[in-house]
Design a protein around this ligand. Structure first.
Ligand SMILES: CC(C)(COP(=O)(O)OP(=O)(O)OC[C@H]1O[C@@H](n2cnc3c(N)ncnc32)[C@H](O)[C@@H]1OP(=O)(O)O)[C@@H](O)C(=O)NCCC(=O)NCCS
Length: 162
């Protein structure tokens, strides 16, 4: 089933904050209400664009994703949070959403040469998804989480340009 990204706004935020994870996944990503709050307070700095989206299929909000991007930078473009509701995982929504997100960033930000994210040790499902689209482990730990950083650049990123 096709999905789309819809900016989080007054029409959909209640569905967004109702999203749930399996209990063992809850440390992997911020709850949607926290992610929205971090956008509101511009938690990572003034220089960033904060782009929270709900992920919607034909019938319902099935997940959310928050992007944090410094449009003047070459390499400060982050998938800050992404999740698919526990009831909807394993149906291909995560892969579709990731593809849309990568196309969105590559299309919207001409200076972008690198997209980055943190994927916690132990989050093997998400890591497999990221590696399969061309992300690599950078070998660094992100300062905020002290967990592995992944990045997408070069030819692997060019595949997502228009
Ligand atoms: C990671 C997540 C976004 C993937 O979304 P999803 O809709 O479940 O994933 P998809 O059905 O699109 O599967 C995509 C890939 O993820 C991996 N994957 C997903 N579920 C898996 C499972 N139960 N077992 C093994 N691999 C799995 C596979 O590599 C799969 O590849 P495939 O398309 O070849 O089958 C989702 O599981 C999630 O929200 N997890 C909890 C929050 C989280 O960890 N967010 C990421 C933070 S870095």
């Amino acid at each position: 089933m096709a999905i789309r990204l819809e900016p989080a706004d007054r029409t959909n935020w209640r569905e967004m904050i109702a999203l749930k994870l399996h209990p063992e996944q809850e440390t992997f990503v911020a709850p949607p209400i926290k992610s929205l709050a971090m956008c509101y307070v511009r938690a990572w700095g003034e220089e960033y664009d904060y782009l929270p989206f709900v992920i919607r299929d034909e019938n319902a909000v099935v997940g959310y994703v928050t992007l944090v991007c410094d449009p003047l930078s070459a390499d400060d473009y982050w998938i800050d949070d992404i999740m698919i509701d526990a009831a909807h995982q394993g149906k291909g929504y995560g892969r579709q959403a990731l593809n849309l997100v990568l196309r969105l960033i590559a299309g919207k930000y001409p200076r972008c040469a690198k997209i980055r994210l943190t994927c916690f040790r132990g989050n093997v499902n998400a890591a497999a998804l990221y590696l399969s689209v061309g992300f690599v482990k950078t070998g660094r730990m992100t300062p905020e989480f002290l967990e592995p950083e992944y990045s997408l650049s070069g030819a692997a990123l060019d595949k997502f340009r228009a």
